[in-house]
Design a protein around this ligand. Structure first.
Ligand SMILES: *Cc1c(COP(=O)(O)O)cnc(C)c1O
Length: 391
């Protein structure tokens, strides 16, 4: 008689792409166990707390019993109105809060779920690489085929559509794009979005733009929303989030806006899988979206100081790196004697500084390392100093 069942993973989990950060995670833990004074620049999670007026709004809302019941999956109308108002003010883009805004339990939730709504087994999904791992994973879970679009420095980290065969386009159901881009920090010009719309119309492809970082930018140059481009709503949607803009990664609230049929499809998945966002969090999010731009300028200034410290410091050390126009990442070339993982391991072991190996975001990221500006200027200065000694 058996005393326990044998637990076997479904093939969709067994066939996940290898998790390339596993060995780095292990080395990080070993360094911590050894008592290393680790400067961790590997995490895409703001170290700055949520602004207090947002926290206070949550405190108040949590006491209201109205919010203790199930929320609606699509979000409170007042939250969706706040999103529409924010898009109008921020991007001069018009959205109908009833049909063109959908709440999400963080944008990751929507990005991971959307292929389930539209991708049949065998359909192709176009995915930027290096890129956010949820695009290929969501595609795999839906049984879709991944077609990777390499983002290369010589092409300003934009995908080159001219090298994608017509046959591929014809089988493509959905495309993910992401600007300002994680991990390369690139932004996209109007021309690029216009090209995307043209291709989407020609081949009937749903466009999913991930815009998580539009509010973290430098030198007063604001990145675009896809919703600012005429015709965007005819071909797709944009994912956005409060996580990065308002230092609210732990709160789990985001949203998708744009094409109402696409949003309805995603909503159909959501009604069947989740029950929406805790309303007290939506109340806090409404307050967040109404935040005075002066507060956001302070946050941007903080990142700008950090960016300048790391960028100028690394430049002096002779490291080739991309000057970010947005996001809180710096994408740097690894010295030619190393590969991505080797360089990250070297810096961790010899300098106690942790970055993220570029190949972990996809094969075209090989030869790069990503540093997150989620540590203080003093710690970044020290990281530059320590790295200077071990190059
Ligand atoms: C952080 C991040 C997200 C997810 O943010 P949520 O916290 O789930 O809203 C989505 N896309 C990219 C590129 C990110 O870096």
């Amino acid at each position: 008689m058996k005393t326990r069942i044998s637990v076997e993973l479904a093939s969709r989990l067994k066939h996940l792409p290898p998790y390339l950060f596993a060995s780095i995670d292990k080395m990080k833990q070993e360094a911590i166990d050894k008592g290393t004074d680790l400067i961790d620049l590997s995490i895409g999670d703001p170290d700055i707390p949520t602004p207090s007026h947002i926290v206070n709004a949550m405190k108040k809302a949590v006491e209201n019993p109205v919010h203790h019941r199930y929320p609606s999956y699509e979000g409170m109308l007042s939250f969706r109105e706040a999103v529409a108002k924010w898009y109008r003010k921020r991007f001069d883009a018009k959205l109908d809060p009833r049909t063109e805004v959908l709440s999400l339990i963080g944008s990751k939730e929507g990005i991971g779920h959307i292929p389930l709504a539209f991708v049949n087994p065998g359909d192709i999904v176009l995915i930027p690489s290096p890129g956010y791992p949820v695009y290929p994973i969501g595609t795999l879970f839906a049984g879709g085929k991944r077609y990777m679009m390499p983002l290369r420095e010589e092409n300003d980290f934009l995908p080159d559509f001219t090298v994608i065969p017509k046959k591929v386009f014809e089988k493509t159901k959905l495309i993910f794009i992401n600007y300002p881009n994680n991990p390369t920090s690139a932004i996209a010009p109007v021309k690029f979005y216009r090209e995307v719309i043209k291709i989407a119309l020609k081949y009937n492809i749903i466009v999913c733009h991930d815009a998580s970082y539009t509010e973290i930018y430098y030198d007063d140059r604001r990145p675009l929303s896809f919703m600012q481009i005429p015709g965007a709503k005819d071909v797709g949607i944009e994912f956005h989030s409060l996580s990065k803009t308002y230092n609210m990664t732990g709160w789990r609230i985001g949203f998708a806006v744009g094409n109402k049929e696409v949003l309805a499809g995603l909503g159909k998945i959501k009604t069947n899988l989740d029950s929406g966002v805790f309303q007290a969090i939506q109340e806090a999010a409404i307050v967040a979206l109404d935040t005075d731009d002066r507060i956001l300028s302070v946050i941007r200034k903080t990142y700008q100081e950090r960016r300048n410290t790391l960028y100028n410091g690394f430049k002096k050390l002779g490291i080739h790196l991309i000057k970010p126009k947005a996001t809180f990442y710096i994408w740097a070339k690894v010295p030619s004697i190393f590969d991505s993982s080797g360089f990250v391991a070297h810096l961790l072991e010899k300098a106690g500084v942790l970055g993220t190996p570029g190949n972990g975001f996809g094969e075209p990221g090989e030869g790069y390392v990503r540093f997150a500006l989620t540590a203080s200027v003093d710690r970044i200065k020290e990281a530059v100093e320590r790295i200077g000694k071990v190059l």
